[in-house]
Every structure is written in structure tokens, then in C-alpha cells.
Design a protein around this ligand. Structure first.
Ligand code: NAD
Ligand code: UFG
Length: 334
């Protein structure tokens, strides 16, 4: 199939593009490079020996999106493009709503005009909000506390409304838990600009010596060691989940909402210990205040992913730390 991947130069998108190319699909990427670099194209080629077609365009650009569908017979879309930093979304709500919501509306309109009605969308476990108990199941009520989360909730609603309006649409809303790690080649991975907000890239920078010490945000949560528990998932497992979701859109119509996680919770201190073991580097840390908006525990019920998509994560925390460290260590040598 010919797949349009929006945001295909980013962290999760680039890993998914590699899986698609290795699975024999043709790939067209649209990305405005606001959070990625054009060099990712060479990286993808180095891994897969194939080069996707690339459009450096903004998905909010109607004319550009129409042109992409006119120039390519797209069978399905995997839609990653979006802004994703929770704190930034609180400071810049208009930019987040405009980028994420308007971008998706323009994309879906171009899809409709282009006769392509299959879409796999990047949602997030953030939509489970503060009031559910773990493990999180797809039929639990959703809520959120920041503009980023609202964009995911609103887009889930918009895509469901679209499928109701026209039964030819096939929509999979994938709720990711915490994607970490890197491609086993060490060629692509996560390398955020500035000081990382998320735990795994922060630990990696401390291990690499570019940041002095990790702040552990609270050790008085109701969890086994008091630190926050999350469901970390290897980015390659996550990428494979998208290929399964794509298969679903070919065989079915309507909407499915599916968690992509491992169903296993890992605390901050457990992740630190696993990273130290994988890297052989001691990670200095200090306990600080809780981060506002954080919940104690977040992990997935993954029964639906297995039943509906036939997908299950293969990699464990050790694999995630090994591959994440391999990528970081390779970058240090450059
Ligand atoms: P990323 O920032 O690495 O990738 C997103 C890509 O989209 C970037 O390459 C960026 O340049 C591009 N982009 C953004 N706005 C665009 C626009 N208007 N037009 C064209 N390109 C645009 O992020 P990621 O971690 O790969 O996340 C991908 C998706 O998954 C996002 O929608 C994100 O919200 C969602 N998600 C991520 C996580 C996570 O922890 N990484 C968790 C849950 C959900
Ligand atoms: N943490 C620290 N120190 C840090 C960073 C994080 O102790 O420097 C802790 C947090 O308090 C939390 C855990 O590490 O307990 C994980 O935090 P992350 O920031 O890595 O991830 P979150 O679960 O807070 O959020 C991430 C994305 C969201 C997404 C969510 C679910 O940032 O956008 O996963 O997919 F919605």
C-alpha cells in the first residue's frame, strides 16, 4: 500500500516509516520539520535501503495537502504530526489548538477529496485524566487538564464524528502510553531540543554527562517505592502496532480505540536502576517536589490490542534501556 505519514520525520513517525518500508509499503512523508531534521531521511535510508517521498509542508496548508493527494494515490494515512509538550501547551494554547486541530481538519478534508478514508491517529494515555484507576481500559471515561490533552480528546471526538457521518471511513485511535528507547541500529531515536521534559531522555542526558543530576518528582505517591509508575513501551513495538492498525483499517470500517502499552508499570527509580544496568553509568538523582498534574500510576489494559489488532509488545525495560543508551552513546561519539 501507499501510506501517507504525517510527522514522519519525528520520533515515533520515523520508526514507523522504517517498519512500513521493511514491510514492503510505499511511504510518503509530510512534515514541516518544526521538531525534526531533514537528516532523518538519510537515517531512514541507512536502515531500510529505501527512501520515502518527502514533502516539507505544513499539514495546515490546504493547497499543499490537496497537491499531495493529487500527486499520490494514497491508500491510508498514519497521522503523527502535532505539537506534544504539555507545559508548552499551557503557555501557548492557541498555537496548540491551531496546529493540532486545524492541521487534522485540513488533513481529513484533503483525504476526503482525495478519496482516502483510512486513518490511524496518535492519541495518548493522557486522555484517561486524573480520576480513573489502573489499568486503564479504552471504555473508561476521559478527561484532561491541559490544552495538549484537550487536542487529543477533541480530535478523538472529531474523527469519531467523521466516521458516523460517512460509514466508508476506517479510523483507529491509538492511545500511546510512554514510548521510549530507540531503533536497535542506534541510527534513529529521541533527541529533544533543549532540556528534556520527559524522564527517559533526561536520564539519557545525565548518563551522557550533559546534564548533572536527575530530579525525581516526588517519592510520596501511593506506589511500591513512592515514585511515579508508568507503562514504558519500546518505540519499535509501538511502530509495529501501527502496521497492525493499518491492517485493521483495510479489513474493517468504523472506529476502534486501542491502547498501545505493555500493561506493566515501572517506577521512576526502577527505570533509573535499569538504565544504570544497561549503560554501566551511575545516574545521580535527588528527590524534589511532585510535578503539578502528574498522577501516581498510569498503565494500560492491553487486552483489546491483542484481541482487535492481534498486537502485543515484545520488548521489556532492559531492551528499551539498552537500545536507548546505544543511540545516546552513538551520538556522543559523533
Ligand atoms: P515528534 O515531535 O518527534 O514528531 C512530530 C512530528 O510532526 C515532527 O517531526 C514535527 O516536525 C511534525 N509536525 C508538527 N506539526 C506539524 C505540522 N503542522 N505540519 C507538518 N508537520 C508537523 O513527536 P513524537 O513523539 O514522534 O509524537 C508523534 C505523535 O504521537 C504526536 O501527535 C504526539 O502528540 C503523539 N504522542 C506522543 C507521545 C510521546 O510520549 N512521544 C505520547 C503520546 C502521544
Ligand atoms: N519524572 C521525573 N523527573 C523528570 C521527568 C519525569 O521524576 O525529570 C517522572 C514523572 O513525575 C512521572 C514519570 O517520570 O512520574 C514519567 O514522566 P514523563 O514526563 O516521562 O511522562 P508522562 O507520563 O508525564 O507523560 C508522557 C507524555 C505525555 C503523554 C503521556 C502518556 O509527556 O504527553 O506520557 O502517553 F500524554
Amino acid at each position: 500500500m501507499k501510506i501517507l505519514v504525517t510527522g514522519g520525520m519525528g520520533f515515533i513517525g520515523s520508526h514507523t516509516v522504517c517498519e512500513l518500508l521493511e514491510g514492503g509499503h510505499e511511504v510518503v512523508i509530510v512534515d514541516n520539520l518544526c521538531n525534526s531534521s531533514v537528516s532523518v531521511l538519510d537515517d531512514i535510508q541507512a536502515i531500510t535501503h529505501a527512501r520515502p517521498v518527502f514533502y516539507q509542508e505544513d499539514i495546515r496548508d490546504k493547497a499543499a495537502m490537496d497537491r499531495i493527494f493529487a500527486e499520490n494515490k494514497i491508500d491510508a494515512v498514519i497521522h503523527f504530526a502535532g505539537l506534544k509538550a504539555v507545559g508548552e501547551s499551557v503557555r501557548m494554547p492557541l498555537e496548540y489548538y491551531h496546529n493540532n486541530i486545524t492541521g487534522t481538519l485540513v488533513l481529513c478534508d484533503a483525504m476526503r477529496k482525495g478519496g482516502c478514508k483510512r486513518i490511524v491517529f496518535s492519541s495518548s494515555a493522557t486522555v484517561y485524566g486524573m480520576n480513573n484507576t489502573v489499568p486503564f481500559r479504552e471504555d473508561m471515561p476521559t478527561s484532561c487538564t491541559n490544552p495538549y490533552g484537550w487536542t487529543k480528546m477533541m480530535l478523538e471526538q472529531i474523527l469519531q464524528d467523521l466516521a458516523v457521518s460517512d460509514p466508508e471511513w476506517s479510523v483507529v485511535l491509538l492511545r500511546y502510553f510512554n514510548p521510549i528507547g530507540a531503533h536497535p541500529s542506534g541510527i534513529i531515536g529521541e533527541n529533544p531540543n533543549g532540556i528534556p521534559n520527559n524522564l527517559f531522555p533526561y536520564i539519557a542526558r545525565v548518563a551522557a554527562g550533559t546534564l548533572p543530576c536527575l530530579s525525581v518528582f516526588g517519592n510520596d505517591y501511593d506506589t511500591p517505592d513512592g515514585t511515579g509508575v508508568r507503562d514504558y513501551i519500546h518505540v519499535v513495538d509501538l511502530a509495529e502496532g501501527h502496521l497492525k492498525a493499518l491492517d485493521w483499517t483495510v479489513a474493517n470500517r468504523g472506529v476502534e480505540i486501542v491502547n498501545l502499552g505493555t500493561s506493566r508499570g515501572t517506577s521512576v527509580l526502577e527505570l533509573v536502576a535499569a538504565f544504570e544496568k544497561a549503560s554501566g553509568v551511575k545516574i545521580p538523582y535527588k528527590i524534589t517536589e511532585r510535578r503539578p498534574g502528574d498522577i501516581a500510576s498510569c498503565y494500560a489494559d492491553t487486552e483489546k490490542a491483542a484481541r482487535v489488532l492481534g498486537w502485543k509488545a515484545k520488548y521489556n525495560i532492559e531492551d528499551m534501556c539498552r537500545d536507548g543508551w546505544n543511540y545516546t552513546a552513538k551520538g556522543m561519539k559523533k
